[in-house]
Design a protein around this ligand. Structure first.
Ligand code: MBD
Ligand code: FE
Length: 282
């Protein structure tokens, strides 16, 4: 039997690549010759400038070729792009918003996780390890009105830092769920506190990280998509104060507004936190 500890970069990378291919994100791309010309020309020029400025050698050029080939072989293009570039795309896409700050989606979202009405417990193994976390709050519009029956999609890693559907041997929807808030936009979800996440060290991205002397860590985080009728979809991540990597996330996806105020649970079992979401009208 495969366990999550058998996870390899190639397996989770290829799963992320397959996930992207079937995500529908490729169905609606609108662009023009002028736009492709502009962006591709700037990208190629930036690379040529680096080669000339830094006097890149043939050995270095060949190392780059070999590495780019390996990124594809390991299926790590989604991982590479989401870790090192998505944060800028997210910044451009959301800088008009008055409501909640968001953050990147990353490579491990799966749509249509099973739906439950709040209050609810996310699907997890009977012996799921970790600290219980009650995550609750309210979804409102920027004018302060409650967003009735708002939808909260939550997904995150387990206590060992693994995501279901991307590491082997974890039940399909483990620590993934869709939750419907009540008439007042209130929600309460029982889950487990996730562990910090280390991006795979045995694939092309890990090879780059090691060769450059970087670290591979993201701070522990909850992933969310929050939506309500007539409002922009919010994609966010929330973080835990005191995490060693809140200030040097490899994916540059932490913002001060996204830090949770974790408290001991009133039930006496684990932690609880209240976090409200404010969505922008379309
Ligand atoms: C993750 O869990 C993640 O959220 C991102 C953005 C990149 C790699 C792994
Ligand atoms: Fe993540």
């Amino acid at each position: 039997i495969e366990t999550p500890q058998d996870a390899t970069a190639a397996k989770s990378g290829n799963a992320a690549t397959d996930r992207f291919r079937s995500s529908g994100k490729l169905g609606s791309i609108e662009t023009s010759v002028e736009r492709v010309n502009l962006l591709a020309s700037k990208l190629v020029k930036a690379a040529n400038d680096i080669i000339l400025e830094e006097r890149v050698s043939y050995d270095e050029f060949n190392a780059l070729k070999a590495w780019l080939i390996k990124v594809g072989e390991d299926g790590e293009w989604p991982l590479f792009l989401d870790v090192w570039l998505e944060h800028s795309v997210e910044e451009v896409a959301t800088d008009h918003r008055e409501g909640n700050k968001g953050s990147i989606e990353g490579p491990y979202y799966v749509p249509e996780a099973p739906t439950q009405d709040s209050p609810a417990t996310i699907s997890m193994r009977e012996d799921e390890k970790g600290t219980n976390l009650l995550f609750q709050g309210q979804v409102r519009s920027t004018d302060g009105s409650a967003l009735k029956n708002a939808k909260i999609e939550l997904w995150h890693a387990d206590e060992d830092g693994f995501y279901s559907q991307f590491a082997p041997g974890i039940p399909e929807w483990n620590l993934r769920g869709t939750f419907i808030a009540d008439e007042e936009g209130n929600f309460a979800i029982n889950t487990m506190q996730p562990a910090p996440y280390q991006i795979p060290t045995d694939g092309a991205c890990g090879q780059l990280i090691a060769a450059a002397g970087w670290h591979a860590w993201r701070p522990a985080h909850l992933h969310l998509k929050v939506s309500a009728e007539g409002h922009e979809l919010l994609t966010a991540q929330l973080y835990f104060p005191g995490d060693a990597h809140n200030d040097d996330d490899i994916a540059t996806a932490v913002k001060p507004e996204l830090l949770l105020d974790i408290q001991p649970a009133e039930s006496g079992n684990g932690k609880q936190v209240t976090y409200d979401f404010v969505l922008d009208p379309v």
